[in-house]
Design a binder for this molecule. Structure first.
Ligand SMILES: C[S@@+](CC[C@H](N)C(=O)[O-])C[C@H]1O[C@@H](n2cnc3c(N)ncnc32)[C@H](O)[C@@H]1O
Length: 215
């Protein structure tokens, strides 16, 4: 039998903990003003429909809706999507993978990946950014939330649900740049009690074909 890919490992792992994850994460943003600030900045830049990719139980998708955005969510884990639909019946949620989106070219005004590309092995990540670029309209925004490597290289760590990677913020920005994204800004937040690592946030926009951008 073939070895399960990291995608099926991640999907099954999140299926198994979906209810506990939803309970833990449901009200987390209330206690995180800097995280809310970066989501609010994204909401000001985004124009048009916005997808939360790797939406889990949909609490960030709902927050984006509350910020006035036309938001929907996509996740690998069918159990997460069932929960998201139950908790937010007014929002659209679909099962799918971020690297193969059933969306047309230039269909979106913004993408939020909030701690979801963390599970993608580094060598697999470039096609994800290419897919994000494909579905974003020119000027569309990308917001990444992730764990910072804090001076070290890209490092795999024992995330509570599935193997995950910590990234040097410049290296992740560089990978997105190579796929056609220019940085608008970044936010680092120190871990609060109960968290292990510094949190990184990169806000970027999709550059139009043929535009020269400085790093
Ligand atoms: C740490 S959770 C974050 C969930 C949500 N963004 C939140 O903050 O509540 C990571 C989520 O990313 C999803 N995920 C990981 N890789 C994915 C992929 N390739 N495509 C879609 N979803 C993915 C997982 O199934 C999981 O629900």
């Amino acid at each position: 039998m073939a070895e399960p890919s990291y995608l099926s490992v991640t999907a099954h792992a999140y299926d198994a903990v979906a209810v506990q994850y939803a309970d833990l994460a449901r009200d987390e943003l209330v206690q995180l003003p800097l995280d809310r600030a970066v989501l609010a900045a994204f909401a000001e830049y985004a124009r048009g429909p916005v997808a939360e990719l790797g939406c889990g139980p949909g609490r960030v998708t709902a927050h984006l809706r509350d910020l006035g955005l036309d938001a929907f969510g996509i996740d690998l884990s069918p159990v997460m999507i069932d929960l998201a639909r139950e908790e937010h019946p007014d929002l659209r949620f679909e099962v799918g993978s971020m690297d193969a989106l059933e969306l047309g070219d230039g269909e979106l005004g913004g993408i939020v990946s909030w701690y979801s590309v963390i599970h993608t092995p580094p060598e697999e990540l470039p096609p994800y950014f290419a897919e994000f670029r494909r579905v974003l309209a020119p000027g569309g925004c990308l917001l990444l939330g992730f764990f910072e490597a804090e001076g070290g290289p890209v490092t795999v760590f024992d995330h509570a649900v599935a193997p995950a990677y910590r990234w040097p913020i410049d290296e992740l920005a560089g990978l997105a740049y190579e796929a056609g994204f220019a940085e608008i800004g970044r936010m680092s937040r120190e871990p609060r009690e109960g968290e292990r690592f510094r949190r990184g946030h990169l806000l970027m926009h999709r550059v139009s074909e043929g535009t020269e951008v400085a790093m």
